[in-house]
Each structure stands twice: as C-alpha cells, then as structure tokens.
Ligand binder design. Sequence first.
Ligand SMILES: Cc1ncc(COP(=O)(O)O)c(C=O)c1O
Length: 384
Amino acid sequence: MLPDQTLLRIPGPTPIPPSVQQAMNEPMIGHRNQETKDLLQTIKPKLKPVFGTEQEVLILAGSGTAGLEAAVVNAVRPGDEALVIVTGAFGDRFVKICDEYGISVHRYDVQWGEAISPETIAAYLANHPDIKAVFATYCETSTGVLNPVQELARVVHQNTDALFIVDGVSCVGGVQTEMDAWGIDILVTGSQKAMMLPPGLTFTAVSERAWQVIEKNERPSFYLDFKRYRDSLANNSTPFTPAISLLFGLKQVLTLLEKEGLNQVYRRHQLMKDMTRNAFRALNIPLLTADEAASPTVTAIKPDDFDPEALRNVLKEEFGLSIAGGQQHLKGKVFRIGHMGYCSPADIVQTISIIETALHNIGKSIELGKGTRAAQEILLKGGF
Ligand SMILES: Cc1ncc(COP(=O)(O)O)c(C=O)c1O
C-alpha cells in the first residue's frame, strides 16, 4: 500500500475532482466585494437543475445537519404536530432535532433496509389531520435505501396541507430530483457527498407554499433563518461570511455536472449501483436492501459468514481502501460502499476486485474474480 494513497468509498465525504481541488486553492477574495457577488451570480442558476426547482437554492456554511435543523426551525413551531418517517439513522436524526425544538412528533418506523410505502403514509395522514409537516429521507445512508419521495409527496398533498420536507443529503446531485414537479416543499442537501466537495456547505430550496409558512413563523432563529439567506441571495450575497473556498469549488463542480450532463450523471450512478449489487450477488454475499429500494449512491451489504469489521480493517490496512461500517444496531453487521460523486464505473471494478482480495485474506472462501466479472458484465451492458 502507498503511504499517502486513500481510496475513499464511504458514503461521504467523497473524493474531490482535481479541478475542484485546484479551484479551491484560489487566493481569498473579500466576501463583500464584487468578485463574491459574481461568484454567487454564476452559481445560482446552475444549482437549480440539480434540485429540479425554479426557486433559488440557499447556501449555508454548515454540515448537512445544520440544513436539517434549519428546515425544522424555519418550518415548524413548538407544539406543531409533525410526522417523521424513520427508515434508518438519518430519519432518526430528524426526530432528535424535532424533539429538541419541542415539536409534537409522530414517529413512523420502518424496518431498516426497507423503503417506506406511500400507501401506509396516506392512511396514517388520513387519521391524523393536524399534522403540519412530514419529514422523510430521500437516500437513507445507513441502509442504502432510496425512499419513493415522488409518491410520498403526492400522498402528503392529497391527504393534508402539511409541508413535505426531505433530507436529500446523500443523493441530490447523483439521483434525479424534481423538487417542483414532485411537490417537495423543503429539500436539503450537503456538500460532501454527490456534490463532490469537502464537508462544510448545506444547500436548501424552499417552495412557495413553504415560504408562506416560514414568513408567518415568529420563531427566533438567527444563523439558521432562511429569510436572511433568501434576501441576501437576491443581491448575490450572504448574510454572514460565506465559505468562499468551497464556493470556488462549487462553481467548478457545477461546471463538471453541466459538462457531463445531469441525465448522464444519474445514469452513471444507476450503473455503479447495478455493478456493485451484481458483484455481491455473484459472490453469494447478501445485500441489505431489495433491488426496488436500492439507492444509486450507496450499497449496504449484510454478510452472514464473516465479520464486516475484519474486512474493513484489512481493506484499510492492506489496500488503503475505506468503506463504511454499520450505524446504530447495524454496527458490526453490515458494511457500506459509497458510489457517488467523483466515482466512475472503473472505480467500482477496482473496488470490487480489492474487496475480493481482502475477502480471500480474511479467510472467506470465494472464487477470485467472480464478483469483478459480474460487475464488468453490467458495465459492458451499460454501454460506458
Ligand atoms: C442522509 C443524511 N442526512 C444527514 C446527514 C448529516 O450530514 P452531516 O454529517 O454533514 O451533518 C448525513 C450524513 O451522513 C446523511 O447521510
């Protein structure tokens, strides 16, 4: 293993494209100078298609959780009823944030590894007419599930006047997202996953309906007040000092996404998902999620005859390859491979073949190359 080589295949942070890394090295500029205004003016229209919205996308300096907390504090008030759909660790985080702010939470748990069924939410909402907001996770990173947010938005709006608020942190930029057409009211993402940037930015778009609710919300909040960000952005500015280096990088990320074309970006992620899943299937190592529920950005694998932590240790120590372990009750039971952002189908071939070698090294009996071949077969069919 090379001393400074890291192969990063966790579901965020993800590798940074060299041109983005370089852009972030630009010398500092004044945050109230024309250069920063020009930077934001260039970024603004290019972010909208990533969200599938005509709304401006607000940019806050903070991690993804700051975006989730901002969504809660802006859109719901203490005592309001909110439904939180929990399909894993990040749905659970929304519950914790809501609890902290005195929201009256209805928690709807789904077995980890499964997606929520929109029909059950329709029935739940029909029986709970006072719910003011429904929170869901688009890609549940802890399980590799992609929840059906388009259908969820439909049932939320058919059954209630509630706002539909979505955590898209681990997939926006890597999977198709049509916020306006689907009826998502608040959509949050972060910089360090499919957006190919270091951690440190969170992005949020807000629908007209949600703005009407936010306008009436007297809740005191300072740094996380969406209205401040909206009003500043209208003047190509930010209410507080922006993370300028990350904005330099973001401009380049958006150029790269435009160059590749968003549809192609989404196809690439689908292909990487299919390659990864086909590989483990060929090796007879169980996947946590069913095909219909699987996310294009992260895959969770639940082996039944070896310790995922032993595999992860060998991968890191012998090959410099980082993959993620399980969270909460899945700790020590699953391992997760991130395949989003600056990650190509060729990277997946490499990842699978390294994992096969490491499996061999921990004593798991496999036919070397079988998983790699299965991934290659999907790659060939995918026409890349
Ligand atoms: C779906 C999801 N939501 C929220 C977060 C939290 O983001 P951060 O760690 O940047 O606060 C993550 C991070 O892994 C995530 O995957």
